[in-house]
Design a protein. Structure first.
Lengths: 282, 235
């Protein structure tokens, strides 16, 4: 089977196959689907972001964040209320947080599939991999330490609280430059991997990192770390961006021919006369 | 064909790195008898005062060699690239884990080092730095778990007729990943097996990491030999 055929065929198990039950179907795809690595990564990304939302918004309630203008007593009360949620929720992140690598890897792959230099993919891969520590795990470590000993000096608990939220919002550069790298790659790309409007959505995501910068200075108002601009507006942009890139990656996988030339359009139902990509000749 | 000069040098450097790690492990009194999270602030501050030089020396050595595993991880990445996959995604996943995992260990090392920098500091602050160090070190398993899972997936998805790693290596990686799971929950207990000095979170976790390094080093050596043999020019 040439790579061109893979691109345009809809990967479905034969109608007369005995493997129609969900588990058997999954096993069939695991053995036969030529895009299994891509789909594996994509489903892991969907699962990761759902897990991230559940842990941060519902279990730990670390988002929306505590108030930056609170005094030590109020911060201690916040830790008291959240105690079990923080400890259990972040344990889940310590367990599954590494799955974020799937997201970074699939996005890096999308750049390898473009006509741009591999330097873009590798830059993105390294930036987002190292960002996981200051941008996510340091908050988990700090809030776990805060919840661990409720009897600690309130001033120290207050310092841990600041460490958590300033590190979380303060890891700006990697996400800023990382999004710009992806944007530039999409704009330069001649393989039509993503539509150009998606490049500009990356710019919107990058700009949220500019808008968040004053949160390292202001303790109240729209630019503080829970402010209407620095948190609410940024979270809306981030939500739209995440939804969009998960959708765009899915479309990319549907169109993927595991070749090197321009990405073919999404497959029409019968495969027969769809365009053959340039890379297929090899 | 990939250029392979120097790969054997990186491969054979690992035993030396492991020797250094073992010495640093034995040098840090907080590891030989893992510090209990139930220790009072005064006891923790006393620990740093009593052992200040051993702590500083061990943390400097750990700091120097904390990234020492990365060359071997990259040799594993190169073997993943040789597998019968259609995309480099799983190799990228391994590279991502290799970048983030040692950063976590390095962060823990820094917290311990800061605690030992001024042992005369207020005991509550020393205890906090010590807590941050232990939580980062113990709960900092997400990339180790993910790394084993990615490697297992890569091996299961390898469709070469002579696979790069045997299927048992994938099963082994899943067992190691499972052994690291309790450590993620160390924040929930101040004593018992799950606490950061406990049987599961300290001894099982660190033994699993040690066994993983040893086993992967051996099977990696075998895979590299097979690669060289397969590509050697016929004389």
């Amino acid at each position: 089977m040439s790579s061109a055929q893979i691109a345009v065929e809809r990967i479905e198990l034969p109608a007369d196959s005995p493997a129609r039950r969900p588990l058997a179907k999954l096993a069939w795809h695991w053995r036969n689907n030529p895009k299994r690595e891509l789909w594996l990564a994509w489903y892991a990304i969907v699962a990761f972001y759902q897990m991230f939302f559940i842990v941060f918004f519902l279990i730990t309630r670390a988002q929306p964040p505590g108030k930056p203008w609170w005094n030590s007593t109020q911060v201690v009360q916040w830790f008291d209320q959240m105690h079990n949620g923080l400890l259990w929720g972040f344990a889940v992140i310590f367990l599954l947080g590494g799955m974020s690598a799937f997201s970074t890897a699939l996005i890096a792959y999308s750049m390898r599939r473009m006509s741009v230099s591999p330097a873009f993919a590798y830059s993105y891969l390294i930036m987002y991999s190292l960002a996981a520590v200051p941008g996510m795990l340091l908050l988990c470590v700090a809030l776990t330490a805060g919840a661990l000993r409720p009897d600690r000096d309130p001033e120290l608990i207050h310092a841990i609280f600041d460490l958590a939220f300033v590190s979380f919002v303060g890891t700006m550069g990697v996400f800023l430059i990382g999004s710009v790298i992806w944007m530039v790659a999409i704009l330069l790309d001649k393989n039509r991997v993503f539509p150009k409007w998606f490049a500009y959505l990356n710019l919107c995501n990058a700009l949220t990192e500019v808008v968040i910068a004053p949160a390292c200075i202001f303790k109240r108002g729209v630019f503080s770390w829970n402010g209407q601009i620095s948190w609410w507006l940024d979270m809306v942009v981030f939500g739209i961006y995440t939804g969009a890139f998960i959708g765009q990656l899915r479309t990319m996988i549907l169109r993927e021919d595991v070749g090197t030339g321009p990405l073919p359009d999404a497959a029409p139902r019968p495969a027969a006369d769809a365009a053959v990509p340039a890379g297929a000749a090899a | 064909m990939r250029r392979r000069d120097g790969e054997l040098l990186l491969y054979w450097a690992l035993p030396a790195v492991l020797g250094v790690w073992l010495s640093a492990f034995l040098l840090f009194p907080g590891f030989t008898r893992p510090m209990s999270p139930a220790m009072s602030a005064d006891a923790v501050a006393g620990f740093y005062r009593d052992h200040v030089w051993r702590i500083r020396a061990s943390m400097i050595v750990f700091n120097w060699f904390s990234v020492g595993l990365i060359p071997v991880l990259m040799l594993i990445v190169l073997q993943i690239r040789r597998m019968g996959h259609r995309t480099p995604i799983l190799a990228y996943c391994m590279i991502g884990c290799a970048a983030a995992g040692p950063t976590l260990f390095l962060t823990a090392d820094l917290f311990w080092m800061i605690a030992a920098f001024r042992p005369e500091r207020d005991a509550g602050i020393t205890q906090l730095l010590n807590d941050l160090g232990w939580i980062t070190f113990t709960c900092g398993v997400p990339f180790l778990i993910a790394q084993s899972v990615f490697l297992a997936l890569a091996i299961y998805l390898d469709r070469l007729e002579r696979p790069v790693f045997q299927p048992w290596v994938a099963h082994f990686n899943l067992v190691v990943a499972a052994a690291l799971v309790p450590a993620a929950f160390a924040g929930l207990a101040l004593d018992g097996a799950v606490a950061w000095n406990g049987l599961l979170s300290f001894w099982l976790k660190n033994a699993a990491i040690a066994v993983w390094i040893a086993v992967m080093w051996l099977v990696l050596g075998r895979a590299m030999r097979q690669e060289r043999a397969a590509e050697a020019p016929a004389v």
